[in-house]
Design a protein around this ligand. Structure first.
Ligand code: PAF
Length: 292
C-alpha cells in the first residue's frame, strides 16, 4: 500500500489484495457499509458520479482500477486500452473524500493462471455483445466475482451504459448467492450527448462531436418506437448509417430489458431498450436508451 497526499486528503493505493483486505478489516465494524466501484481506469466524469453515489450511501468507498485481460477478445483493444493510473488518482482526489483505490497487478488477481471461469447467465450472455465478443462475459463474470470476494462490498455501482453487463452481474450475484446489492446508475453524457467512455479518449475532438450522432439517433428511435415496430425502427437506424462513412455499425438491437431477448412483437407490459455498438475510427462505442 502507498499513500498520496493530494488536495489535503490522503489517497490510499493498494496493489495487493492482502493489504486491502487487512485495511478494510481494520476500519470496518460489523454493521458498516462498503460501496464499490469497479473500473478499468481512464477515469472520467461518469466514474466520478458513481463514486459520488457510493460516497453518499456508504461508510467506506473502494474503487478498483484494473484492465482485465480475460474480457478482451481483441488483443489490439487490450493493448491500446488507456492505462493512466497517475491521472486517475488525481481525478479521484478532486472529489476531496477518502477513497480506497485498489489497483492490482494481473498476478494479484489471477495468480499464474490467466483464464476465465465458465458461467451460465441464463442466456443473457448470448445476446448482443456476446455475439460479437466471444468469451467477454465469462471474463467480466470472473473478474467481478474475484473483486467482490476481495472487497466484500455492501453495494456495487455500475453504469447503465453497459446495460447488458449490469444484468449479467445481477445474474451472477443471484446465482452465486452473493450478498451484494448491484446498483445501476444513469448514463453520464458529454454536453453533446455522447455517452462518457474511457474509449472516447481515442477520438479526436471532431470525432467526438460527430459521435454525438449516436445518441441523437437513439433519441429519435425512442420516438419512432411509439408508432412503429421494432423491425421498422431497426431498418430505419441501419439506413441512417448507410450514408455515414465515419461509422461502422456493428449491431442495433431492440430488446426486452430483463431477458435481453430481441423484441419480435411489442407487449404492453414489457420494458424495452435499444442497444447499439458502432465503430468510429476503429474505436468501439456502445450506447443504450430505455424506450418505454
Ligand atoms: O465496465 C468495466 O469497466 C469492466 O467491465 C469491469 C466491470 C470493471 C470489469 O472489468
Amino acid at each position: 500500500m502507498f499513500a498520496y497526499n493530494l488536495n489535503k486528503i490522503t489517497m490510499h493505493i493498494f496493489n495487493g489484495k492482502a493489504d486491502l483486505i487487512a485495511h478494510l478489516t481494520a476500519i470496518n465494524t460489523s454493521n458498516s457499509t462498503i460501496g464499490f466501484v469497479p473500473t478499468m481506469g481512464a477515469i472520467h466524469k461518469g466514474h466520478l458520479s458513481l463514486l459520488q453515489q457510493s460516497l453518499s450511501e456508504n461508510d467506506t468507498t473502494v474503487i478498483s482500477i484494473f484492465v482485465n485481460p480475460t474480457q478482451f477478445n481483441n488483443p489490439e483493444d487490450l493493448l491500446k486500452y488507456p492505462r493512466t493510473l497517475e491521472e486517475d488518482v488525481q481525478k479521484i482526489a478532486t472529489l476531496n473524500k477518502t477513497i480506497l483505490v485498489y489497483a492490482p497487478t494481473v498476478a494479484d488477481i489471477y495468480d499464474k493462471k490467466i483464464s476465465s471461469e465458465e458461467f451460465n447467465f441464463d442466456g443473457l450472455e448470448h445476446q448482443m455483445e456476446g455475439k460479437f465478443r466471444p468469451g467477454h462475459w465469462d471474463g467480466v463474470g470472473t473478474v467481478v466475482k474475484k473483486l467482490f470476494e476481495i472487497v466484500n462490498p455492501t453495494n456495487a455501482y455500475f453504469g447503465e451504459k453497459d446495460f447488458q453487463q449490469l444484468q449479467i452481474v445481477k445474474k451472477m450475484v443471484e446465482k452465486n448467492k452473493l450478498s451484494v446489492n448491484v446498483i445501476g446508475c444513469s448514463i453520464f453524457r458529454e454536453p453533446s450527448g455522447l455517452a462518457m467512455s474511457s474509449r472516447n479518449e481515442r477520438l479526436t475532438a471532431e470525432q467526438r462531436e460527430e459521435a454525438a450522432f449516436i445518441y441523437k439517433l437513439l433519441q429519435e428511435t425512442k420516438e419512432k418506437f411509439q408508432e412503429h415496430t421494432a423491425q421498422e425502427v431497426t431498418k430505419w437506424v441501419t439506413d441512417n448509417f448507410a450514408d455515414k462513412p465515419s461509422f461502422d455499425l456493428e449491431y442495433f438491437q431492440i430488446a426486452e430489458e430483463d431477458s435481453l431477448l430481441p423484441c419480435e412483437t411489442k407487449i404492453e407490459t414489457k420494458k424495452y431498450r435499444a442497444f447499439i455498438a458502432v465503430f468510429m475510427n476503429k474505436v468501439r462505442l456502445i450506447d443504450t436508451i430505455s424506450l418505454n
